[in-house]
Design a protein around this ligand. Structure first.
Ligand code: 5GP
Length: 201
């Protein structure tokens, strides 16, 4: 069975990661997307168990205590975390798993999971970042400003990532395919393919 690898995609607010990750999963359904747990309230159209596992602060803290969370962070005064069971499920099935998480969590996973591959998605420039964030009518000005600053701080950490990909306006599908190329290339690393040499003994 093929070995499933773990890929972390961090897309600061305004990077358009939602659209890119949707395109990636839609066009390559063999990839598993980890459903995170969060204490933030669902946005319009978000479904429990599909977009996130929406849980209370108490429930989240219990999961941490029981050691069921691979990584977690606080973002905009809410907890977000990856459940170990999501990763184990994909691993058992030999499937690649995609974690769509922010930088703090990404670095925690990179330390814990050998071979985890990190990819940062960015908007093309500061103007598009601000325009994209302000276009999201569901949030207050205070939250938008907070997300904008946080996005800029996250992008500064790009050097801690293995790969980075720019998401230009209207090119989400192209960007998703570039990420898929990275996924394919990782599988060709000799640490996973060297057994081919046995056929030549
Ligand atoms: P949003 O509220 O916009 O859905 O997500 C806010 C931020 O939390 C995004 O940067 C998203 O990537 C990140 N995030 C979502 N799930 C997780 C998670 O399980 N762990 C961590 N560390 N970050 C997450």
């Amino acid at each position: 069975m093929k070995k499933g690898l773990l890929f972390i995609i961090s897309g600061p607010a305004g990077s358009g990661k939602g659209t890119v990750v949707n395109s990636l999963i839609k066009n390559h359904p063999e990839l598993s997307l980890s459903v995170s747990a969060t204490t933030r309230a669902p946005r319009a159209g978000e479904i429990d168990g599909v977009h996130y596992h929406f849980i209370s602060k108490d429930e989240f803290e219990k999961l941490i205590e029981k050691g069921e969370v691979l990584e977690h962070t606080t973002y905009c005064e809410n907890y977000y975390g990856t459940l170990k069971r999501e990763v184990l499920k994909a691993n058992k099935a030999g499937r690649d798993i995609i974690l769509e998480i922010e930088v703090d969590g990404a670095m925690q996973v990179k330390k814990k999971v050998r071979g985890a591959v990190t990819i940062m998605l960015t908007p093309p420039d500061a103007d598009s970042l601000e325009r994209r964030l302000r276009g999201r009518a569901t949030e207050t000005d205070e939250v938008i400003k907070w997300r904008l600053n946080r996005a800029k701080e996250e992008i500064k950490l790009i050097g801690n990532y293995d790969y980075s990909v720019v998401n230009n306006d209207g090119e989400a599908d192209k960007c998703a395919e570039l990420i898929y190329d990275i996924i394919k290339a990782e599988h060709q690393k000799t640490k996973y393919t060297k057994s081919i040499a046995e056929k030549f003994i």
